[in-house]
Design a protein around this ligand. Structure first.
Ligand SMILES: NC(=O)c1ccc[n+]([C@@H]2O[C@H](COP(=O)([O-])OP(=O)(O)OC[C@H]3O[C@@H](n4cnc5c(N)ncnc54)[C@H](O)[C@@H]3O)[C@@H](O)[C@H]2O)c1
Length: 527
């Protein structure tokens, strides 16, 4: 599992790097010219000629640092690998941050080398304004005439390539560019399946970019709240694996409205479209967090007790899906344990991953309420479990709920810390109490008994793999908000439906009867 410079598509990146470097030089020249003009307004021709000589000297002096520092910092900031697929507001933040950082490094390096200013002070401000303006302007113009991946622009859905696969109809993976989906899609493709991926690339498309152009991948760039996108993506499909969501308690708290729309209303809408198109299998990624806080060992027959908006949207979606079951429509619910391990879209807002990164970087980890139980599962095993539910005979899985995990991977948070401590010796563990009382110890016998599913990756192996990726810098800065759903959504702004009609469709699907029937307040009233 990699996320390295190899992932850069050089054919596309090099011309963009060249264009940005030219833009930096142009800005330097223009800012110097502005200074000449300003200073020469009071002087005669001789003074201007002197200034021109002086400023030519300035330019030649900073030519090399400009050509090296800016491309290097832009590259390291992800300008050519990631920023293109970010949401707009976050993209501008990344750009401005990269440009400011490059300018500071350039000025500092030039000062260290020659003990002189790299540019006249009056030119620096003009330079920064110009570089920012040109970088933003060029990208705005480009985004108006093209789309990510160099594909032509359609209104809602772009099918980038059509595949043949094993000859069977494609598997639609909704949310396939995420932490779990990016591994699942690769596993499905490796097994000869044709994959149709529907994703709006909330966190960018880097995790699946190397798959673009794969003969068995059909890419639909679209929002699962948009009924046209869903209809186009669902056409000709036999089975669906639905992963798209606002994932995690903090991320859902950050944008409750989007959580209701994406996690619940869109699931209901997709269920109806799937049934309309004769989809047979619909595998849904739910979560063991539906069990809430309990001292018992819970299994699929235990009562749910969601204590967060995220868990509530999962409970309500499960209920809607199971109710939609017919003789020919087979929903399968998988309640995933807490996932850990490295992926093509690493996440460091998950407890094991975050603690591992902190142990390596800071040498100290903080455990909140260490005696609480959580079930864990490696991200690769999640993908295996999803495929297992996809391929199992309908009679075994139709309308069934399975906890997806392994009873051997129930750990207290203190035990998790102990495992990390063993693999990152010298780590200090600090214990703190906080109000997060999520505590659940889960029984995974049903999936083992009925589908023969067992996890293959242990906690130690997953932590070690992640540790190696961090130590060898295959994963960059783990604090980057790209790796933290809630932090990213905070920076990116609200995930509002793009069109009014989508919002109306979502509102219609959010008005649900199931909650009333079960004596609960309707979900929209609780958000
Ligand atoms: N990771 C875990 O620990 C865990 C645990 C239990 C359940 N799950 C469930 O597994 C699923 C996948 O989780 P993940 O960890 O891969 O999350 P993720 O945040 O990495 O991926 C979610 C994917 O969905 C896409 N998406 C979001 N909103 C969309 C929209 N409106 N339209 C189209 N695509 C959209 C995103 O772009 C992203 O690619 C989720 O349903 C989650 O609730 C995850």
């Amino acid at each position: 599992m990699r996320r390295t410079y190899k992932d850069v598509i050089w054919k596309e990146a090099l011309p963009r790097m060249a264009a940005d470097t030219a833009m930096v030089h142009l800005s330097a020249l223009a800012s110097l010219a502005a200074v000449v003009l300003w200073q020469s307004t009071g002087g005669g021709g001789v003074r201007t000629a002197q200034l021109m000589r002086e400023l030519r000297g300035w330019y030649l002096h900073c030519f090399l640092p400009l050509s090296v520092v800016f491309p290097a910092v832009f590259f390291a900031s992800g300008f050519y690998t990631r920023s293109r697929s970010y949401f707009t507001s976050y993209k501008w933040t990344v750009l401005a941050r990269g440009i400011t950082l490059a300018t500071l490094i350039f000025l500092f390096a030039a000062f260290l080398v020659s003990r002189a200013e790299a540019l006249p002070r009056s030119a620096i401000v003009v330079f920064i304004v110009l570089v920012n303006g040109m970088a933003v302007g060029a990208r705005v113009i480009k985004s108006l005439i093209s789309q990510p991946g160099g594909v032509s622009k359609a209104r809602n859905v772009q099918v980038v390539s059509a595949g043949g696969g094993d000859g069977a109809s494609p598997v639609l993976v909704v949310g396939g560019a995420g932490y779990i989906g990016s591994i699942l899609c690769r596993k499905l493709l490796a097994r000869g399946k044709t994959v149709r991926l529907l994703d709006s690339f909330v966190y960018g498309n880097e995790a699946v970019r190397e798959l673009f152009g794969h003969p068995h991948l059909e890419l639909c760039i679209g929002d699962c709240r948009n009924i046209q996108s869903v209809v186009s993506a669902m056409k000709g499909v036999d089975s669906v694996i639905h992963l798209a969501a606002v994932v995690g308690d903090p991320a859902c708290e950050q944008d409750r409205h989007a959580a209701l729309e994406i996690n619940y209303a869109a699931t209901r809408m997709m269920t109806e479209v799937a049934k309309g198109y004769g989809v047979k299998r619909f595998v849904f990624a739910s979560s063991c967090s539906v069990y809430g806080e309990t001292e018992e060992i819970v299994d699929e027959r235990s009562a749910t007790g969601p204590i967060s908006v995220y868990a509530q949207t999962k409970v309500d979606s499960e209920r809607a899906l199971l109710k939609a079951r017919t003789e020919s429509f087979h929903p399968v619910i998988l309640r995933l344990a807490t996932v850990f391990g490295n992926s093509y879209r690493p996440r460091f807002d998950l407890v094991v991953n975050l603690l591992t990164a902190k142990a390596l970087q800071n040498g100290i980890i903080t455990i909140y309420n260490g005696d609480q139980w959580r079930p864990f599962i490696h991200v690769s095993d999640v993908a295996e479990g999803l495929i297992c539910a996809l391929d199992a005979p309908a009679a075994l899985v139709s309308g069934e709920i399975f906890n997806l995990g392994d009873s051997r991977l129930n750990y207290t948070l203190t035990e998790v810390a102990g495992t990390i401590q063993k693999l990152a010796p010298g780590t200090r563990v600090e214990h703190v109490e906080n109000p997060d009382r999520r505590n659940y110890r889960v029984c995974f016998d049903k999936i083992r008994r009925e589908l023969g599913f067992e996890c293959r990756v242990t906690l130690e192996e997953g932590v070690e793999d992640l540790r190696a990726a961090l130590v060898t810098k295959k994963i960059g800065d783990y604090t980057d908000s790209l790796y933290h759903n809630q932090r990213f959504l905070k920076a990116a702004g609200r995930l509002t439906s793009k069109e009014e009609i989508d919002a109306q469709v979502m509102a219609a699907f959010a008005l649900t009867l199931e909650n009333h029937q079960n004596g609960l307040a309707p979900i929209h009233a609780r958000l």
